[in-house]
Design a protein. Structure first.
Lengths: 279, 339
């Protein structure tokens, strides 16, 4: 991770912030054409000249059309059974967020690509794009429009003291016992402010520093389930729901999560996974 | 990480490009503001003396001898109500005056100050800020000229640092020029546990609470009239907002309702209510949210849809239910999923 892009990114964020500081009326609602131009730009920035296929039913974004809380918008990316085994990467783009590429999941051999869910901040009415990448480099894209506003600069931390005490702690829930031939559905919570750095302290006129999870590595018995590269768009206390396939369901194992945040803190935790009952 | 870095360089470049357009917009915007301000300045110079005489004093009710409360409207902030949506007021002692929440905007704070001056010329020595929410404390700047102590929970300064700017921009969005003059005023006197104030033959006891409605709730007890000013630890008629800790709030209510008082002042609702009877509906709502949200988490229902089956028995019991209930459930879900 070079420093330059980070600094450039922050500088760009600050410039964007000037625009948000204007009352809502100063910014007209974007037209469909402007949204299309924005996506074309983002797509070019992320994927260069590679061609993107319309995913149709193969890749679907599941998100509420209107978010109740823009700082905690649940998003799931689902990939059809037929395509899932080929998928090695998933991108989630929130077009009109200050930092649009919200998450890049790199899937390992133990991953189940059929469903990945997290919670994100959404700053303005926007399209969400999900792009699934196959092992041989094909890209499948899909979009959904979401009505939510203010999520990135919204105040986090209802209980600051608790947030400090719990920093870096994780909670993992296995949805069901391991069954042969079925992926293990898993829910991982990480206690972290994942601060966006977009809140200004009026007393000092300084921004509260951004402090967010940069990478999350989830492995099962040392084999990669996924690596997440991420940013300020992931909500406070990041939550991930995913499935994984033990290479040997008959044996018990260990699932491990490792986090590196933007303050260069490392957190890691492991949990035992029981063996599947013999058929 | 190489891909990630490359993409971010590209995205940064993209944002630089768009920000050039944004900068032009910003300049245009501010130049038009400037013209408007200049016009206003001229208008104020001409109409100044008239305008000064026309400050409307906020309507207040004397709920007990020397305790005056303005009844906030049960609405969201709007230009029409100037964010005067919370119960705010003041307490008069033999020597000095304490403001309990200066109101939701500079305009409301100004009107509250005018109301105080209709009743007394005693110095305004204290401005008590009961918690971080803007509808209660954004009128503070109207009292700067009185050089009072601005008193808040020990965690209020940190919460304002996190949220003040966001709240201010949101208020400006909601009120337009109605928000003019409104500033974030940090507390000058922090309360970690208790603080006793003497207004002159009148003792107030301020208590800082554990996370409940927010993580910086402060209550005021007037010993002279046994009036318990709970601010937003007590919602009556209007749906409670969970912005601290649901479990903590239920626990606080147990302690608070054990305190005997002749009357209570809720942050929203009537200006004076019987205590502890008036806390019953709030307790019932919070307990229902806790019970049903725990059940939803256990049943594997997602955070997005949980509110549909949480505390439905409470629908119709509260004003602004649909505006706040889903967010309350989201907040509770996030809190309770760690249990």
């Amino acid at each position: 991770m070079g420093m330059t892009p980070g600094i450039l990114g922050r500088a760009a964020l600050c410039l964007c912030l000037i625009v948000w500081a204007l009352p809502g009326s100063a910014l007209a609602e974007r037209t469909e054409e402007q949204r299309a131009v924005r996506w074309a730009d983002l797509r070019h920035a992320i994927f260069g000249d590679r061609s993107l296929q319309d995913a149709g039913e193969l890749v679907v974004i599941d998100v509420p059309a209107r978010a109740e809380d823009a700082a905690i918008v649940p998003v799931a990316i689902r990939v059809a059974d037929t395509l899932a085994p080929e998928i090695r990467g998933l991108y989630l783009v929130i077009d009109d967020n200050p930092s649009p590429l919200a998450a890049h999941f790199l899937l390992g051999p133990a991953a189940d690509a059929r469903e990945l869910a997290t919670r994100v901040r959404i700053d303005d009415y926007t399209y969400l794009h999900a792009v699934a990448e196959t092992a041989d480099g094909r890209l499948y894209a899909t979009a959904r429009f979401v009505k939510a506003a203010g999520g990135c600069s919204a105040p986090a931390g209802k209980d600051q003291e608790l947030a400090q005490e719990r920093l870096g702690k994780m909670k993992l829930t296995l949805d069901q016992r391991v069954k042969p031939d079925a992926p293990v559905k898993t829910k991982l919570l990480i206690s972290h402010p994942n601060n966006s750095g977009l809140q200004m302290d009026q007393a000092t006129r300084n921004y509260i520093p951004a402090d967010f999870i940069q990478t999350l590595d989830v492995t099962y018995n040392g084999e990669a389930v996924f690596r997440l590269e991420s940013d300020i768009a992931i909500s406070e206390d990041p939550s991930f729901e995913f499935g994984f396939r033990p290479s040997d369901p008959a044996a018990s194992g260990v699932i491990k999560a490792e986090v590196l945040d933007s303050s260069q803190r490392h957190f890691s935790q492991s949990w035992p996974v029981p063996a599947a009952p013999q058929m | 990480m190489q891909t990630w870095s490359r993409i971010h360089r590209q995205l940064a470049a993209l944002n630089e490009g768009t920000s050039a357009i944004f900068r032009v917009c910003v300049r245009l915007f501010f130049s038009s503001i400037f013209r408007w301000r200049l016009g206003l300045a001229i208008a104020v110079v001409i109409a100044g003396p008239v305008a000064a005489a026309e400050i409307q004093a906020l309507s207040v009710t004397e709920i007990a001898p020397g305790i005056f409360v303005h009844n906030g409207v049960q609405e969201e902030a709007s230009p029409a109500n100037e964010d005067a949506i919370a119960n705010i007021g003041f307490i008069v002692g033999d020597e000095t005056v304490a403001v309990v929440d200066p109101g939701g905007s500079f305009a409301e704070g100004h009107a509250l100050r005018a109301a105080i001056r209709l009743h007394t010329e005693k110095p305004i020595r204290y401005v008590i800020l009961t918690h971080v929410h803007p509808d209660h404390i954004f009128g503070a700047a109207a009292f700067r000229g009185d050089y009072p102590d601005f008193i808040g929970h020990v965690k209020l300064a940190g919460a304002l640092a996190q949220r003040g700017d966001y709240y201010l921009r949101r208020l400006q969005g909601a009120l337009d020029e109605g928000a003019d003059g409104t500033e974030v005023v940090p507390p000058t006197v922090p309360v970690a546990d208790r603080l006793a104030l003497d207004l002159g033959n009148r003792h107030l006891v301020l208590r800082a609470h554990r996370p409940a409605h927010t993580d910086n709730d402060l209550t005021v007890f007037d010993e002279k009239t046994r009036t318990f000013w709970l601010s937003d630890l007590l919602f009556v008629d209007r749906i409670p907002v969970i912005d601290g800790s649901l479990v903590g709030w239920l626990k606080q209510l147990e302690e608070l309702t054990a305190i005997s008082a002749d009357r209570a002042v809720p942050g929203h609702g009537p200006v004076s209510v019987p205590w502890p009877a008036a806390a019953e509906p709030e307790w019932r709502y919070l307990a229902a949210v806790a019970r049903d949200t725990r059940a939803a988490i256990k049943a594997g229902i997602s955070i997005a849809s949980a509110y549909r089956q949480v505390a439905n028995s409470e629908r119709g019991q509260w004003l602004l239910f649909d505006d706040y209930h889903p967010r309350n459930v989201t907040a509770s879900y996030k809190e309770l999923e760690w249990e």
